[in-house]
Design a protein around this ligand. Sequence first.
Ligand SMILES: CCCCCCCC/C=C\CCCCCCCC(=O)OC[C@H](COP(=O)(O)O[C@@H]1[C@H](O)[C@H](OP(=O)(O)O)[C@@H](O)[C@H](O)[C@H]1O)OC(=O)CCCCCCC/C=C\CCCCCCCC
Ligand SMILES: Nc1ccn([C@@H]2O[C@H](COP(=O)(O)O)[C@@H](O)[C@H]2O)c(=O)n1
Ligand SMILES: [Mg+2]
Ligand SMILES: [Mg+2]
Length: 224
Amino acid sequence: MLNKYARAFFTRVLTPFAALLLRLGVSPDAVTLIGTAGVMAGALVFFPMGEFFWGTIVITIFVFSDLVDGNMARQAGISSRWGAFLDSTLDRVADGAIFGGFALWYAGNGDDNALCAVAIFCLASGQVVSYTKARGESIGLPVAVNGLVERAERLVISLVAAGLAGLHKFGVPGIQVLLPIALWIVAVGSLVTLVQRVVTVRRESAEADAAEAAAAGPGSGTDR
Ligand SMILES: CCCCCCCC/C=C\CCCCCCCC(=O)OC[C@H](COP(=O)(O)O[C@@H]1[C@H](O)[C@H](OP(=O)(O)O)[C@@H](O)[C@H](O)[C@H]1O)OC(=O)CCCCCCC/C=C\CCCCCCCC
Ligand SMILES: Nc1ccn([C@@H]2O[C@H](COP(=O)(O)O)[C@@H](O)[C@H]2O)c(=O)n1
Ligand SMILES: [Mg+2]
Ligand SMILES: [Mg+2]
């Protein structure tokens, strides 16, 4: 949903910045790589220490690189398959660091095995949600569903909650409860999204196989 409605707004806002980077000779790939490194540093340095406010600030500064890199590539007319691969692959790395950072906090001083497990579930289910689309598309299906909780939702829900929960360290009482609530929402939302995508791929693959079999005649079949 955010991908559909917020992307146009951020494209307008970030286009001048993307143009400036291009004029300075920065490449889209460099932005993709530096953005991912910044997200990883914010998540894996600050979150395991329980510094959720500062971790979220660092991540927020760098995570928008994911919208800038593609914008730069499109403006410069150099969008490429390699760029698409690099962008999506490093998205998975950044997401792993964010939810891994939460899990490390709960496994350590956060001292809550259940929430550690929920954070690990968010990490794994988010990766599988993205994989369903990538694998479905690789076998020639449209995968015409995005689902309830895409990557943008996973990031916004968990980072807004983490940023606010971090205000606990500045003396705001009780606010740290927002992070567990957000992790539960992302976990359940990712599970629903996974089911939505699997059901869609199941239907689309049955339709595609039936159409192929009808076209090829009896006794035909293909492995993918
Ligand atoms: C005193 C207050 C303290 C509180 C501090 C809070 C600070 C702010 C907190 C959070 C900000 C979070 C911002 C997160 C922005 C995320 C932007 C982003 O990178 O989105 C990526 C997304 C997807 O891009 P791609 O197309 O490159 O990726 C594809 C996608 O990953 C697919 O995954 P799948 O969905 O399948 O799982 C893959 O399949 C595919 O491979 C991959 O290519 O981009 C978008 O979706 C674009 C829309 C971005 C919308 C951003 C909205 C930000 C909104 C609000 C932030 C401000 C919040 C302020 C909070 C203030 C609280 C008081
Ligand atoms: N280093 C890069 C990064 C991205 N691209 C192209 O942009 C598309 C992704 O756009 P976003 O707005 O989601 O960043 C991607 O599919 C590539 O076509 C690129 O070429 N090089
Ligand atoms: Mg990008
Ligand atoms: Mg991306």
